[in-house]
Write a protein that binds this ligand. Sequence first.
Ligand code: UDX
Ligand code: ADP
Length: 479
Amino acid sequence: MRICCIGAGYVGGPTMAVIALKCPDIEVAVVDISVPRIAAWNSDQLPIYEPGLDDVVKQCRGKNLFFSTDVEKHVREADIVFVSVNTPTKTRGLGAGKAADLTYWESAARMIAEVSKSDKIVVEKSTVPVKTAEAIEKILTHNSKGIKFQILSNPEFLAEGTAIQDLFNPDRVLIGGRETPEGNKAIQALKAVYAHWVPEERILTANLWSAELSKLAANAFLAQRISSVNAMSALCEATGADVTQVSYAVGKDTRIGPKFLNASVGFGGSCFQKDILNLVYICECNGLPEVAEYWKQVIKINDYQKNRFVNRVVASMFNTVSNKKIAILGFAFKKDTGDTRETPAIDVCKGLLGDKARLSIYDPQVTEDQVQRDLSMKKFDWDHPLHLQPMSPTTVKQVSCVWDAYEATKDAHGICILTEWDEFKQLDFKRIYDNMQKPAFVFDGRNIVNMEQLREIGFIVYSIGKPLDAWLKDMPAVA
Ligand code: UDX
Ligand code: ADP
């Protein structure tokens, strides 16, 4: 059997690498239109940072795992074609700011129809709005020249930073397909691939629409937990409760469970906001404004949380950060990834730059080039293929990136911790304090520092949802 995956990104790359590792009898080709991306997959420096990924790729590359820009050849030869291309949010026209832009999906589907010479199973792998499969099915069948295509939806639930673990040991694999004999045969074929390593009872099957909607729903539920605890964090600060204690107590209820209850500066990543916007759009299109409003609130609280954080920083520092050096520790949307898509750091940095701060940014996995691109990009441009993204001719001058936390914090007035990298927990804060301007501030957007220890050193410390320093009480931030 031959598998081809169109799109060598955060989803396509790791997923196919794991399929290749677990299914030595299957030949897997990952194709992309981006030449540098494929070159990187074929080099020692993979294009994405993901713990454990190097190992998996090294074991299979050149044996039954191939990365190529020859999209048409590999699609033509494949029995199963996964499509994992970008699905940005539309910036203009109908549904702008909410609906998914299916340009890349549609062009992939048309290409599959054009080059295919044998029957194929086409698997929707990127998150796309409900009923996309139907549209894709129409494009394929209307251009099929007698070839039979079966469309499946097989949403990916991996989280970045733990992708390999999630793929090795998934909570569930979900396969949606047509409820016809041919549809069922296609479902069984894909099931057989996963059955190489996933226990049978964890492979769920559903109809196409349920599978598609489940992905949006799962992400909306997860994001909702974070917005719920973040909303609580504001109330904790106002009343003197400690959000960590509250979420611990709440999570002990087995009906609620302890995971995904960490208050933070806000959620980021390529999925949560985009998927909820999609959900909102679908609800509106189906005449369900109340349901749309309900989910919209999850995003509103996330934006509120990022604004609130910026306001805390500015308010604490005498209501101005103009020309002050602020060290930004962490720019990725979570630890153990170099991915910056929709990272809360973008909004926080833009907020501080709006007040004319000078930023010195350190993230162990994010380059200066990426930071500059993120800070100068328009809201919804981030999810276009890299080579199509607008490159800003001007860099943001108030921003510099360094490769060391001590360098970033030297002579700074304040520190904002925006990603929970483990190495930030080990920093020598006494040394950092001695090299900073006074009063020295730490704003911990991930609740990873020991507040007491830092206060003893002399810092003024703000941690999300924790009892406030007297200093912060005297300088309230109005969000
Ligand atoms: C998410 C889903 O978890 C995954 O199932 C889906 O396939 C893709 O979207 P991902 O975005 O990679 O995965 O990471 P995730 O671990 O879900 O974190 C998303 C954001 O929420 C990060 O910014 C993270 O820092 C934040 N977060 C997470 C919190 O602020 N608090 C928490 O308790 C958990
Ligand atoms: P994800 O996080 O969903 O994997 P990425 O943006 O990381 O998303 O990856 C999507 C990839 O799809 C990009 O590398 C992009 O170049 C590629 N791509 C987009 N359109 C096409 C296409 N028509 N043919 C091949 N590759 C494509």
